[in-house]
Design a protein around this ligand. Sequence first.
Ligand code: NDP
Length: 480
Amino acid sequence: MSQFANYIDGQWVEGASVSRNVNPSNLDDVIGEFAQADAEQTQRAISAARKAFARWSLSTPQQRFDLLDQVGSAILARKAELGRLLAREEGKTLPEAIGEVGRAGQIFKFFAGEALRVGGEIVPSVRPGMTVEVTREPLGVIGLITPWNFPIAIPAWKIAPALAFGNTVVVKPADLVPASTWELVKIIAEAGAPAGVINLVMGRGAVVGEALVSSPDVDAVSFTGSVATGHAIGAKCFASGKKFQLEMGGKNPMVVLDDADLDVAVEACINGAFYSTGQRCTASSRFIVTEGIYDRFIDGMKTRMRALKVGDALADGTHIGPVVDDKQLQQDERYLAIAREEGGTVFGGERVERDTRGYFLAPALVTDTTPVMRINREEVFGPVASVIKVKDYNEALAVANDTEFGLSAGICTTSLKYSNHFRRHAQAGMVMVNTPTAGVDYHVPFGGRKGSSYGPREQGSYAREFYTTVKTAYVSPGVV
Ligand code: NDP
């Protein structure tokens, strides 16, 4: 059985115990045994990052560019192999997994360039003879806590900007899927990151995550995951004066208007709701459909859903891989049961038997729902979407915004008037027109409003708002 160690202060070190990483498409396939850090080992990683910060924060933009550029190239060169590993541990299909790895590589390339573009401002002072200079500096040691649904892209979009702007990192991947992050950290180490600049501590959130969040030596925490964990982490960071950033859930609406191109709408909804097994924070989970197209839309969706092949993530032709684990599968089924109890009608959503033991669930569409039902209010995080029938655009917009979340929102329409209005009035961080609510570029801001996000946006040039702190210097010539 392959063994995978933690990476602390430039050394691979065994953990206090190990945990098995199992393929959700085939429970008999164990990817390996991964070290589990304890609080003491996590503190050692934090201390190593603190020590390394003194030099790394003074490294030149060229040194940071070279490191990140090399990491990006190494990831892209191994896209197929790393994609296979990712599909094996997380369960998204092989093409989706290769796409995610490619995105991670591009993110490192982008932030290599960002290391060169930090810059600053010289501002004329309101006082005679004085000059004001505004510059950006790194924060220090950044603790990164990542979820299971994007095992390489999310660590990449947190690690790359952290390092680009001169911070040092301790990363804790989700315990369910440590292998892709392990490979990423190995690539960064082999590309020549000095000891302590990047540290990997694998293990449970309640142990390793908790140690990161409560350590006074961590200056900032970036987290992606569930609302409950995010709020608990935020409260602790606030209490200890850490800067923090939270990316949490979504209940993303996709509005389909009477004038939509039906094929475009069905394709956007199938992709947005069910690809990556619906396990994306940007997945469409509420279809809000006007009366005139409703019946044709439902027929179109059911026809497409019948043609979707659920199966082994690595098999040719699979459209939807397995649910990530038994706990998530039970959560998906629980929400389908709740939807039925509240009056919804469920199409699909059955467990699927395949040659291997895995967590296979057919995609589910819940009709006859109202905006107050739990299926329309709480994040399910599986291949499950519900439909709300509405009278017109105005009601659709009101229903779309009637949620505590605000990550992504979409509309399918051929009307310029409605698409413009929706872009302006959808209460979400990202708005999509005639394209799925999920699937974003790597060089522009990512994040939401309301209960979905807290703190500055991730990705693109906006990432510097989180990973740097601003200094304002006043310079007088010193002579009167
Ligand atoms: P969590 O929020 O529990 O986990 C996210 C990360 O936080 C993991 O690395 C986890 O560690 C860590 N963590 C857990 N508890 C703590 C803690 N007390 N202190 C510090 N870190 C902690 O999400 P789950 O993975 O359990 O998924 C649960 C639900 O969250 C899903 O069903 C889905 O609804 C939602 N989710 C949303 C995501 C999004 O992008 N919006 C992504 C993933 C999940 P550990 O390794 O122990 O899990």
